[in-house]
Design a binder for this molecule. Structure first.
Ligand code: HEM
Ligand code: MYR
Length: 419
């Protein structure tokens, strides 16, 4: 007989919400270490939740039947990220059908190469201003140029660029916040969605004609399994599910710039023009940097896993950060070691900064190829197309701020084009 959920160690605290706020990315790991188990029951906002970490747990959240993402994330997080009606809220055949749309856009090497070229172009367009400005906050600048590149690539024209960059940046930056900051970001997002919904309607009416290879075209004319076009508001949400995470890659680019600053041997290698191992470097940045802390699911029926039986309606929280920092999988996890030679193509259930499993059939992120290719290009641009200094600043990363960042946003000064 399968063991019941009562066999899972239980956090003695009545509620652990305060600990989550103060421990942030370390919350699940601290709990698991304390209870000496990779599976622990606790309560968050008085709701019972089973916290999990490790490869077997990743296979559960990315592959098991009988799970849904609906009701798994607080609405403050959901509305700023994937949102209702999105691919992430679907399961089964409907999910696979919608996911195929994302795969056709995000995992087509020619489309990814076109996006890399747009980012290179937007980066080069900003360089003269950076040279003139004396110093810049890299995280902010990269968010702006990624917004411009993402819009051009997706065929999304005539958007108020500075405003859109701010709106998208806040969707990511405020996803882990509660209270007024989060509400304001949600209000601004409502405006973004309205503009994108109008754009989809204009495309369908033939008033705007995007190129056939663009994401705008693909989403505006995508047909559901029953042959119907997407509801315009869902089309707008899915368009944002491409634009927003492309801008989110800017956070990894900022962490890559920080790693280049610290890892002088790697920096000199790349500056010499040898970029063969830039992919290994980018992947280690993805492993080591605190970004998407956990993913969550709810059981839609009783689910048996590793001898445990979860009842229907059970909330599950998978620790992505703790899994990529588990010394059993990654020796000396806090040390930056690009020699680990990690790759998103490896289907390694412990290397899961953007989820695990079969990308076509699970909720694994379809954007890993884009993420790594954009990071590699940014490493090349930083090392081979510009010179800069890193002035004294607070580069500390607070692990109780989700999403995290180097506190200064990574200030660069004395920027010059490299000849
Ligand atoms: C899903 C993280 C970049 C599009 C996910 C998931 C994670 C994640 C953890 C799984 C969510 C879940 O299991 O419920 C990230 C991080 C990124 C990133 C940290 C770095 C910037 C991208 C990019 C794209 C993208 C570049 C596309 C351009 C998506 C979509 C989903 C998703 C559409 C939903 C997939 C589904 O439900 O089947 N992402 N992602 N992401 N990501 Fe990403
Ligand atoms: C995207 O835009 O989809 C890519 C990555 C965004 C990551 C944002 C992480 C925010 C932290 C949310 C806290 C979740 C707590 C349950």
């Amino acid at each position: 007989m399968a063991a019941g959920p009562q066999d899972i160690p239980r956090d003695p605290r009545l509620d652990a919400s305060m600990a989550l706020m103060s421990e942030g990315y370390r919350f699940v790991s601290n709990l698991c270490d304390r209870m000496d188990s990779d599976v622990v029951t606790t309560r968050l906002r008085l709701r019972e939740v089973i916290c999990l970490r490790g490869g077997a747990a990743a296979r559960l959240l990315y592959g098991a039947e009988g799970l849904t993402r609906v009701g798994a994330m607080p609405s403050t997080v959901l509305h700023l990220l994937q949102d209702k009606g999105s691919v992430q809220q679907l399961e089964g055949p409907a999910h696979r059908h919608r996911k195929a749309l994302f795969l056709s856009i995000c995992m087509d090497p020619a489309r990814v190469e076109a996006l890399v070229a747009e980012v290179r172009r937007a980066w080069r367009e900003r360089l003269p201003a950076w040279e003139a400005e004396g110093q810049i906050v890299l995280q902010q600048e990269v968010a702006r140029l990624l917004t411009r590149a993402a819009c051009r690539w997706a065929g999304v024209a005539h958007q108020p660029e500075t405003q859109l960059a701010r709106e998208i940046f806040d969707m990511i930056d405020k996803a882990g916040s509660i209270g007024p900051r989060n509400w304001l970001a949600q209000m601004r997002r409502a405006g973004t969605e309205k503009r994108l919904r109008n754009l989809v309607e204009q495309v369908r009416a033939g008033e705007v004609v995007p190129e056939a290879a663009t994401a705008l075209h693909a989403i505006a004319f995508h047909r559901e399994e029953d042959g119907a076009l997407l509801d315009p508001s869902v089309a707008a949400v899915e368009l944002l599910n491409l634009l927003r995470p492309i801008v989110a890659v800017g956070r990894y680019i900022t962490f890559a710039a920080l790693a280049l600053h610290r890892e002088t041997t790697w920096r000199e290698l790349f500056r010499s023009g040898n970029l063969e191992l830039a992919g290994d470097f980018a992947e280690e940045v993805r492993r080591a940097s605190p970004f998407f802390p956990f993913t969550a699911a709810v059981t839609t029926r009783p689910v048996t896993w590793e001898g445990h039986e979860f009842p229907e309606g059970q909330w599950l929280l998978l620790d992505l950060y703790g899994t990529t920092h588990d010394p059993r999988h990654f020796p000396e996890p806090t040390r930056f070691r690009a020699e680990r030679m990690l790759s998103w193509t490896g289907q390694d259930d412990a290397f899961i900064p953007q989820g695990a499993g079969d990308v076509a059939r699970t909720h694994r992120c379809p954007g890993e190829m884009i993420t790594v290719e954009l990071m590699k290009e940014a490493i090349r641009l930083l090392c081979c197309e510009m010179e800069y200094e890193v002035p004294a600043q607070d580069l500390g990363v607070r692990l109780n701020r989700m999403p995290a960042q180097p506190r200064s946003g990574m200030i660069l000064s004395a920027i010059r084009r490299r000849s």
